[in-house]
Design a binder for this molecule. Structure first.
Ligand code: ADP
Ligand code: MG
Length: 267
């Protein structure tokens, strides 16, 4: 059997001398969506940075499509791994179309206009992310959700086999959350990509992921299909909350319902 498209093995990493993740291993095969969950500060973004070649691990490694990610040239790496970061720098002086076309940078021969094919990829990506009507607007004048969709479109245009996303639905309204998750699922199912997504919202993770890995204090504390990981006991131990978990009435996937201590039935 060929090795999975993305293999993170035994990664320990941090900032300065401070360790942020310890001995984390995650594999994502073609066609899979894997979720990274865990409380604030548990190391999710750090792990995504390691897997996107932005933060070199202290030990352990990352393999993408059978190759050592940190042994590749930046351009080769960018053809293999697309990243949707948590926050886009606020002062990003480009229009939506230019932002999306930047996703084609690893394929452009020189820093220029892009080929017909590059433009076609960018156009298709903008349509998929529902931002074609915003193509000429400067990114810094958009709403958080419109900006988020532009960055998702950039990753779509990049067309890499491995896609990493850091809380891609944070700024989106409900309809755009559903559409973004359809895009995420489609990248895996229709395009056979390996997709690793950091989720803040456990219900969204449960709705779309084949497997989830939970981090706490920089370590993987649980991993498996959502229905195995997302239990009342897990929520109590890892998040320190009392919550109910029900199977979704239509999909059967786990659904976390919060309660606020001290507040009972309403009127
Ligand atoms: P998460 O994404 O799960 O909220 P992070 O990976 O951002 O967590 O952070 C993990 C730990 O690393 C936290 O303790 C955080 O304070 C620390 N950390 C994150 N980024 C930096 C940084 N740039 N410099 C120093 N420490 C950082
Ligand atoms: Mg984070």
């Amino acid at each position: 059997m060929p090795e999975p498209l993305l293999v993170v093995s035994g990664v320990t990493a941090g900032y300065g001398r401070r360790e942020a993740v310890r001995d984390v291993s995650i594999e994502v095969a073609a066609g899979q969506v894997v979720g990274l969950i865990g409380p604030n500060g548990s190391g999710k973004t750090t792990l995504l940075r390691v897997a996107s070649r932005a933060l070199k691990p202290w030990s352990g490694g990352v393999r993408v499509a059978g190759r050592d990610l940190y042994g590749l040239r930046p351009r080769e790496a960018a053809r293999l791994v697309a990243v949707v970061p948590q926050e886009l720098s606020a002062a990003f002086p480009f229009t939506v179309r230019e932002t999306v076309l930047l996703g084609r940078a690893p394929y452009l021969s020189s820093w220029g206009s892009g080929s017909e094919e590059d433009w076609a990829h960018a156009r298709r990506a903008m349509e998929m992310a529902d931002i074609a009507h915003l193509a000429d607007r400067p990114l810094d004048e958009l709403s958080g959700g419109e900006r988020q969709r532009s960055v998702i479109a950039q990753a779509l245009a990049q067309d890499a086999p491995v896609v990493l996303m850091d809380e891609p639905t944070t700024h989106l309204d409900l309809r755009h959350i559903v559409e973004a998750l359809q895009l995420v699922a489609g990248m895996a199912r229709d395009q056979a990509k390996a997709v690793l997504v950091v989720f803040h919202d456990l219900n969204l993770a449960a709705a779309v992921c084949d497997r989830v890995h939970a981090l706490a204090g920089g370590r993987v504390v649980a991993a498996g299909p959502p229905e195995q990981v997302l239990t009342r006991r897990f929520l109590a131990e890892v998040y320190g909350i009392e919550a109910e978990v029900y199977p979704h009435a239509v999909t059967g996937r786990p659904t976390v319902v919060l309660q606020v201590p001290g507040i009972g039935p309403g009127r």
